[in-house]
Design a protein around this ligand. Sequence first.
Ligand code: ATP
Length: 233
Amino acid sequence: MILQTEALNTYYGASHILFDVSLQIESGQVVVLLGRNGAGKTTTLRSIMGLTPPRTGKIFYKGRRIDGLPSYRIARLGLGFVPEDRVIFPDLTVRENLEIAQKAGAGEASWTLEKIFGFFPVLEKFQNRSGGTLSGGEQQILTIARTLMGNPECLLLDEPVEGLAPLIVRMLGEMIHQIRDHGVTLLVSEQNVKFSLKIAQKVYIIDKGTIRYEGTVEDLKGNEEIKKKYLAV
Ligand code: ATP
């Protein structure tokens, strides 16, 4: 188990948002946290990263308690977070965006510029263009690639395909497979059921801040009742 949460309860002020959220993420897997708008997906990822710390509950990363640590230390331990709003430097080139994200030290630098370009040819093709001129989908790919340059062992992606065209969604699906093949564990929040079933080994369904379902992709595929009840498919 690389990442585990135990009964997280998270609040925004007086509003209780997450109710006893417990997740177990095995090393090397893609796990999807599936839920509708406002279900609590972003809050779960922010809780793990220490950006909106849970009021109660425990978080373990590689066996070590990380709840209560500041976000920068959580990131340094090897957890990468890609928020929903794409964060690139629009005036820097694609290549510069990647270069400044490269972290020195901390273990083996497994992602290099060459490797990123090899895996994601679109970034090599546009390496000298400024980030701001890329399409939304290309910016999302760049955002994920930037985070990879920090060599995370576990990557949290918040709704990576929201609002993107089908072709880019397919590219991102392949990108996620490649990242996993590279040994990175992924926790992906999603509303898109079809996409989730393509990328994941394990799925959690969250609704109103509560985990309603946990199972393998195969289990969920056959469970029409759960899909209808929580996912409106
Ligand atoms: P989305 O698809 O909209 O990102 P989500 O599943 O990620 O949905 P969250 O963003 O985690 O959902 O929001 C969960 C609940 O918390 C929602 O009811 C939302 O209105 C509320 N919420 C989110 N951010 C805040 C905030 N800063 N202050 C108060 N309530 C918030």
